[in-house]
Design a protein around this ligand. Structure first.
Ligand SMILES: [Ca+2]
Ligand SMILES: [Ca+2]
Length: 266
């Protein structure tokens, strides 16, 4: 069968359009630099007490208790509020005043001082606790350092899923330099400012345990990740809208931890 030159031109034209659309999508949705992801859990396993780390750094988490339930993407972990926890064994977080971003999905209808992601030691400046701040019958996203804190205004304990992002920008040195986002919305910065000097000598990163203060998380947690850079809102929204796996360009088996999609596009 002879293919007319017009048909060939049409195919070439369509291919160009498709290729262009693909490139634009990738450059807008996945501009996260290779090597900036420290640890990431999807909690999509169906059983067992290991949270698989998809960062490529082999920081698999030890799950203590919890129930597997439906999450925002795949499965999630439901915490009982009394002793359930995930320990990132051997990983002590991001130290000093280094930039960092922590993201996670959370759902609960219980107002309490939920412990979300914590590291550092309980000394002024050296603590790094992301937990909930109680405001009447609501609770807000909060980060604190012992002697200083920064919290937002949107309720995350209303029984719906909320995406939380805690960003400590490059060049910052105090707790109120953090930008907090709930469902992609920048939060007000309430609280008392305090210098930061996060300790990473002894405490493994915990997701759920009270550690020195507050209470265990009571609710459902999905898609937690910690980066060693300050992600911007576009990057946070890519994670929120498409999920960690897609936003980071990680293959379904999780084997190819760093793919071409993670390379920063200019
Ligand atoms: Ca999940
Ligand atoms: Ca338990």
């Amino acid at each position: 069968m002879k293919i007319g030159s017009q048909s060939i031109l049409m195919v070439l034209w369509l291919s160009t359009i498709i290729l262009t659309v693909s490139i634009v999508n990738v450059s807008q949705a996945a501009a996260i630099e290779k090597g900036t992801l420290e640890v990431a859990y999807l909690f999509d396993e169906s059983e067992g007490n290991v949270a698989k780390d998809i960062s490529g750094n082999d920081r698999h988490g030890e799950i203590i208790g919890t129930k597997r339930v439906k999450g925002v993407f795949g499965n999630a972990l439901e915490y009982d509020g009394s002793d359930d926890n995930v320990i990132v064994t051997g990983f002590k977080g991001i130290g000093g005043t280094d930039p960092r971003t922590t993201v996670f999905w959370f759902k609960s209808d219980v107002v309490r001082e939920h412990s979300w992601v914590k590291w550092g030691i309980n000394s002024p400046e050296q603590k790094y606790y992301i937990r909930s701040h109680i405001r009447g019958d609501a609770c807000n996203l909060r980060v604190e350092v012992n002697g200083g804190q920064n919290f937002g205004m949107d309720n995350v304990c209303d029984g719906e899923w909320h995406h939380c992002a805690v960003v400590f920008p490059e060049g910052s040195d105090a707790v109120k330099d953090h930008d907090l986002y709930v469902d992609g919305k920048l939060q007000d910065k309430e609280g008392t400012d305090k210098a930061m000097n996060t300790n990473i000598d002894t405490q493994d990163v915990n997701m759920g345990a009270r550690l020195a203060n507050h209470v265990f998380m009571l609710g459902t947690l999905d898609e937690v990740a910690i980066f060693n850079v300050d992600l911007d809102l576009k990057q946070i929204n890519a994670i929120r809208n498409t999920g960690l796996q897609t936003a980071l360009g990680i293959d379904p088996q999780g084997k190819l931890a760093i793919s071409w999609a993670m390379i920063k596009n200019y």
